[in-house]
Design a protein around this ligand. Structure first.
Ligand SMILES: C[S@@+](CC[C@H](N)C(=O)[O-])C[C@H]1O[C@@H](n2cnc3c(N)ncnc32)[C@H](O)[C@@H]1O
Length: 283
């Protein structure tokens, strides 16, 4: 359902100085930047967690962690910071996926007036072709364009009126960017609260395929069940064997808190040495 937020009719395009500028980058270099970034962010999250867990008496240990944190920050800076990561991701969109995730979302949407918030938007015009019926509100931690609001979704004020809620939330390759399993669960719960509480509200989720096909803690089935617990019913799923990413579409429903404890801690679902540790926890 559309609300009275201003509908942006004019398709906005990326300005010259915000174009990726990475066309000459090799595919390999792009992948390296993205994966180095993820490794460093994970390390940073682990160190920050350790720091919070330490009692103050262990000052020496705390100092060591602070030094390690500073080193991680330097390495992130030397990679070019979040902007370099984002630009590599823009480039990755075309090389890895043959285009932006929005293509899949548009294919799945039934044409109706709707308001959408796009989390982790690298470009302001992903939904330009639907501008007459979708009022899109792109946000990102680090905005690459004046039409993308710079905002951490975790800090976005909760909706207070019907108008503040969205009909659609797009969360493409953002949940995996969140470096802590509990915070991923929090993000899903927040998404649920920002959507209008009706069955027509939609969540579009995109994850790197290994998060669900090669994790020891998450499978396609567990994702479906966890999402149901948060309050999302899966209606579409798309991925292909050997593919890079998976796409899911969910409708809003009431959460089922009955077996919530099942999702409160990591449980190995698939054994194997080459599995990754991607997890989502609900507390
Ligand atoms: C890998 S990029 C994905 C971009 C794009 N959505 C896509 O599908 O290619 C992840 C983006 O999510 C943004 N992001 C991560 N956490 C966020 C948060 N809490 N709030 C807003 N944006 C966030 C990052 O800044 C980054 O630009």
């Amino acid at each position: 359902m559309a609300n009275s937020r201003k509908v942006r009719k004019r398709p906005v395009t990326l300005s010259k100085d915000t174009k990726p500028g990475l066309r000459s980058n090799s595919h390999k270099a792009t992948q390296q930047t993205i994966s180095k970034f993820h490794v460093l962010l994970k390390r940073k999250a682990a160190l920050t967690k350790q720091l919070k867990a330490k009692p103050l008496s262990e000052k020496k240990e705390e100092d060591v962690i602070q030094v390690q944190l500073a080193q991680v920050d330097r390495e992130l800076d030397s990679l070019g910071g979040i902007e370099a990561y984002q630009k590599a991701s823009v480039y990755g969109q075309s090389v890895e996926r043959g285009g932006d995730s929005a293509k899949v979302l548009i294919e799945w949407l039934k044409k109706r007036d709707a308001s959408q918030i796009e989390l982790g938007a690298l470009k302001p015009d992903n939904l330009a072709s639907c501008a007459s019926w979708i009022e899109n509100h792109p946000i990102d931690l680090h905005s690459l364009h004046p039409d993308i609001e710079e905002q951490d979704f975790f800090n976005r004020p909760l909706p207070t009126t019907d108008m503040d809620h969205f009909d659609i939330i797009s969360c493409s390759l953002v949940l995996n960017f969140v470096d802590d399993s509990e915070r991923r669960g929090q993000m899903l719960r927040l998404i649920h609260r920002h959507l209008a509480s009706r069955a027509s509200s939609l969540l579009f989720l995109v994850l790197p395929l290994p998060c669900v096909k090669n994790s020891r803690y998450v499978t396609l089935e567990s994702l479906r069940n966890l999402m149901r617990c948060v309050g999302f019913e899966q209606v579409e799923e798309r991925w292909k064997e050997g593919g890079k990413v998976g796409y899911w579409l969910y409708t809003w429903r009431d959460p089922t808190e009955s077996n919530i404890e099942r999702w409160g801690r990591k449980r190995v679902l698939v054994e194997g040495p080459k599995r990754n540790n991607f997890a989502i926890l609900l507390k």
